[in-house]
Every structure is written in structure tokens, then in C-alpha cells.
Design a protein around this ligand. Structure first.
Ligand code: C2O
Length: 541
């Protein structure tokens, strides 16, 4: 195994998008940031130096960080942020995973421009479990704001309102032909007829899931979140924020030029207007062919929940090994909650505002990171009483017509509560979407572990009948999965990685609203099952 070394300098860079010049926060002036290539088993050393005034951390999204929780990256969860003028070195080994992941800033809204792809090749000499592609292309889906993203989130917090929508969606940071002043820079790939290509797709958007299609081409999904899947042929991909996908593209056309396009999915029945109704595009050309007006793919409409659900529930794991029994069972309601806000300005009725909640608790980020507090026994930072079940049972997914006025029984509590898991325990969590305030899809991301998605459905989860339909044979493995709007998702994983691990909605606006919780996985008996002491130079709060 090799040591892969990178230096990340966090600095501002001026870029042109949508007819305007703007200074953005970047790594090494690059947008997207540098791609990290490793082989499974390699050691990764990234020295991050912060030269901007915003505090920053970097998260290696989906990298399991076995016994290296200290460098996972979420601010105030596993580390204090790196402030201006300071450096922190992330040092970890990538084991037991292959495929496409990504890295991103894990504080505030900075990941809008601070992100890049993280490619894990199989160990040298070990083949892919699919035909070797002629070449590979990164496809990063993203979002662009015509203003400083830190101002966007600051304004929202000050007003007690949701952050304003972005101004464009992007492929490889370019909005594409259909947006103003963007045609010349539209991202493009060139292929040879008859060859097979690997697309490494990342949804790096802050607040939107996407449908993705290439006109007149079929795609084969071979991996999701760096776990191999049984080959899944499809015309359309559905990808949640945070998710990654490895997809084979057979170049079987050639006489025309084609668009790849992504369009936002919005799961709110009343969601119209909460997204940009313009397709972000990139161009697929065949080498040697003449340029023609690109053919547009026929993308599903914004509210096509059946297509989103079909795609999300049909993928199957190629090398499954699912926990057949569970020691810890949780039912977590997820969705909005409401808190009163007599002092803050309130954009909502009756002095209430909407927050994100899990089991009716809205997460409050502490001022010292939870990992240090746990490791060094600092009191008063968090409590260990995150409940295994919601406080109330009711018809979770029935919408109160209309969703305001707010149900008075659902006054959300705020707190920094963690759930403690025994080392090596098998955990089952059912996430139940609720209709409080809004009924809406939420992509749930777990740090430090991959999980199997053993069941999904609409309506209220029924613990008597639904487990009979769980797939305990070959369910897909993920680090991020959508909980369908008005439905539920059941996952299983083994808590085999000691440390402090964040679970949150990967819609950034939701995470900012408190849509997060934390697991502490205890040490095991053996030394090889314990969290080592912190690395040198850990930032202090
Ligand atoms: Cu992609 Cu907690 O993050």
C-alpha cells in the first residue's frame, strides 16, 4: 500500500458564472477541488491550511474511518474547526471499500464550493467486478449561488427562515447551455463509438436530489456509495445529495451530439417554485463526428416520486453480508418540528418556527466537539439520552390540511443528545417520515459506517407486518439513503467502529435546522477495537 499525500490550501478564487464574477472559497484555487485517487489499503495524508477568514473542516464522505474518528471532519462533532492561519493534517487509511466517494467542507454552507471526488481503486492487480472501461469521467452535480454562500445561510439564520434557493444547478461546476452566459463553458466529454466508459457520479448539491439522463443512451449502475451493486440497467438515474454512483455508459450512438441533463426532484406536493425549473446540461460527443444541436433527454417531471422510489428501491448488493439478527432497534421519526421563538424573529405563524427534528429533538451543535468531550470526559457538552422511539405515536404521514396551523402536540425539544451503541452490536433503525409542517423526502447520511437498506415503503411503518418483507439477502449498501416523502426506510448496520458518528439529513438547509443526531460507538475489549488517542495538532475551539 502507498501513502497518498495532498496539500489543501483553503483560499478564495474568482470565477465567472451566470454573467458575473464572484470570489468563492476553494481548495488550491480549484473548482471543483482536486480529485484524490487511492487504491484500497492506501494511507491518505492531507495537510489542510486555512487561508480564509471562514472556519473550515474537511469530511471524507463515505470513507469509513475505521478507528480514525478524529479525522472524520464534521465541525463540533469530531473536531473543532480550523481557523484562519491554521493547519490540520488528516491522516487515515482506506480499507474495505472500493468505488467513488467524495470529500467536502463540513461546516455551514462551504461545501457548495469546497468539494471534490475521492476515487478508491481496487488493490493493484485486483480487477473490477465489471468489464474494464476504456476511460472514466467524473460527473459532479452541484448548485450555484450568485452570492457568497456564507451570507446566504447567515441571512436565513438571522431571519429565522429557510435559506434562499440557489441560482443554478451545475454539472462539473458549469450550469450548461440553458443558463445565461454559460454555453461556452458547458462541460463536455468525448467518447469513441463502441467503447464502454465509467461515469463517477457525485451529487454535491446542497439542497436537491436530481434525476440524471443521457439522451438516447442506457446506463448500467455497478456501484453506489462505494459498494458494488448487481448491474442495474436504467435510462434514468435518481441521486440524492451526498450519494455517489459508478455507472457504465456504452457508447452505442454516434451520428448526433447528446445532452446529459440533470433536473431537480422536489418531493413536496406543494413544492412548486422551490427549485429551478431549468435542466443543467453537459455535452456528450463522439470523436470524429460533426457537431450538431444536442439531443435533449426526456427527464421525469420534478415531482415524479414513483420514478425516484423505483430507482431507490431496486438496487441490490453484489457482495452482501447482512446482519440477520439485531441487538438494538430504533424507530426515528424524521421531519420538521416546531419550536416557539419569542425572542428571535419568527417567519412562521403564532410565534413558532420550523426546525429539523429526529424523534422530535432538534439537534443543537455544541461549542466544543463531542468527540473531545467524550474522550476526555468533559461534562456539560452532550447528554446520552437520545430516545429509541418517538415520544408519541400517531398517524405520522397524514397531512393536516393545510399543514398550518401547526399541531399543538408536537412541540419540539432542542438538545445535544447522543445514542450510545455497544461495540459490534447489530443495529436496526426505521426512519419514519412525518407530515408535520411539510411532508418531504430526506436523504439520511450516517458517518463511520455503511448500512444495508433492508426495507422501504409509504405510509406508517408497521412493526408487525413490514419486517416480513425485509430483504435480508442482497439489499443495497449505502452511506446515504432517502426516506421517501410520506414513507419509511429501514436500515441495518454493525456498530464496529468506535467513536462519535454524526447522522444527518444531507440537505444542507435541513441539517442547519437541527436535522441531525449523534451515535457514540463504545470501545471493544481488544486494543484493536479501541479508538486511539487524538492525532497531534487537533484544532482547539
Ligand atoms: Cu457528506 Cu456529514 O456529510
Amino acid at each position: 500500500a502507498a501513502i497518498v499525500h495532498h496539500k489543501f490550501t483553503i483560499e478564495t478564487q474568482k470565477v465567472w458564472r451566470l454573467c458575473k464574477e464572484q470570489a468563492i472559497v476553494t481548495v488550491n484555487g480549484q473548482f471543483p477541488g482536486p480529485t484524490i485517487y487511492v487504491h484500497e489499503g492506501d494511507n491518505v495524508v492531507v495537510e489542510v491550511e486555512n487561508k480564509v477568514h471562514d472556519n473550515i473542516t474537511i469530511h471524507w464522505h463515505g470513507v469509513k474511518q475505521l478507528r480514525s474518528c478524529w479525522v472524520d471532519g464534521p465541525a463540533y462533532i469530531t473536531q473543532c474547526p480550523i481557523s484562519q492561519g491554521n493547519t490540520f493534517t488528516y491522516n487515515f487509511t482506506v480499507t474495505e471499500q472500493e468505488g467513488t466517494l467524495w470529500w467536502h467542507a463540513h461546516i455551514s454552507y462551504l461545501r457548495a464550493t469546497v468539494h471534490g471526488i475521492f476515487v478508491i481503486y481496487p488493490r493493484i492487480g485486483k480487477p473490477y467486478p465489471f468489464p474494464k472501461p476504456a476511460a472514466e469521467f467524473p460527473i459532479i452535480l452541484g448548485e450555484w449561488w450568485n452570492s457568497n454562500v456564507e451570507d446566504v445561510i447567515r441571512e436565513a439564520i438571522e431571519k429565522g427562515d429557510v435559506p434562499r434557493e440557489s441560482d443554478a444547478y451545475t454539472i462539473n461546476t458549469q450550469p450548461g447551455d440553458l443558463f445565461p452566459c454559460s454555453a461556452k463553458e458547458t462541460s463536455r466529454i468525448v467518447v469513441k463509438r463502441g467503447e464502454n466508459y465509467l461515469l463517477r457520479i457525485v451529487n454535491a448539491a446542497l439542497n436537491h436530489a436530481f434525476f440524471f439522463k443521457i439522451a438516447k443512451h442506457r446506463l448500467t449502475v455497478v456501484s453506489t456509495d462505494a459498494s458494488y451493486t448487481k448491474p442495474y440497467k436504467t435510462k434514468v438515474l435518481f441521486i440524492q445529495p451526498g450519494q455517489t454512483m459508478d455507472v457504465l455508459l456504452k457508447a452505442r450512438q454516434g451520428s448526433e451530439t447528446y445532452y446529459m441533463g440533470a433536473r431537480a426532484y422536489d418531493s413536496r406536493p406543494s413544492g412548486a417554485g422551490q427549485y429551478i425549473n431549468i435542466t443543467t446540461t453537459a455535452i456528450l460527443r463522439y470523436s470524429g463526428s460533426k457537431y450538431s444541436v444536442p439531443v435533449m433527454p426526456n427527464l421525469p417531471p420534478f415531482n415524479d416520486t414513483p420514478t425516484a422510489y423505483k430507482f431507490s428501491s431496486q438496487l441490490k448488493s453484489l457482495f452482501p453480508s447482512v446482519p440477520q439478527t439485531v441487538e438494538e432497534e430504533m424507530l426515528i421519526t424524521e421531519g420538521y418540528g416546531i419550536v416557539s421563538c419569542p425572542t428571535n424573529p419568527c417567519q412562521w405563524v403564532n410565534n413558532f418556527r420550523a426546525v429539523g427534528s429526529l424523534n422530535n429533538i432538534s439537534f443543537v451543535r455544541p461549542s466544543v466537539d463531542i468527540l473531545q468531550a467524550y474522550y476526555f470526559g468533559i461534562d456539560g457538552v452532550f447528554t446520552r439520552d437520545f430516545p429509541n422511539n418517538p415520544p408519541l405515536k400517531f398517524n405520522y404521514t397524514q397531512q393536516n390540511p393545510p399543514s398550518m396551523p401547526l399541531p399543538s402536540f408536537w412541540n419540539t425539544e432542542s438538545g445535544t443528545r447522543v445514542k450510545v451503541l455497544k461495540f459490534n452490536s447489530n443495529v436496526q433503525i426505521v426512519f419514519q417520515n412525518t407530515a408535520i409542517v411539510f411532508i418531504e423526502n430526506h436523504p439520511i447520511h450516517l458517518h463511520g459506517h455503511d448500512f444495508y437498506v433492508v426495507g422501504q415503503g409509504f405510509g406508517n411503518y408497521n412493526p408487525q407486518t413490514d419486517p416480513a418483507n425485509f430483504n435480508l439477502v442482497d439489499p443495497q449498501m449505502r452511506n446515504t439513503i432517502g426516506v421517501p416523502t410520506g414513507g419509511w426506510t429501514a436500515i441495518r448496520f454493525t456498530a464496529n467502529n468506535p467513536g462519535v458518528w454524526l447522522l444527518h439529513c444531507h440537505l444542507e438547509a435541513h441539517s442547519e435546522l437541527g436535522f441531525d443526531m449523534v451515535f457514540i460507538v463504545e470501545n471493544g475489549e481488544k486494543d484493536s477495537e479501541k479508538l486511539p488517542p487524538p492525532p497531534l495538532g487537533l484544532p482547539q475551539c
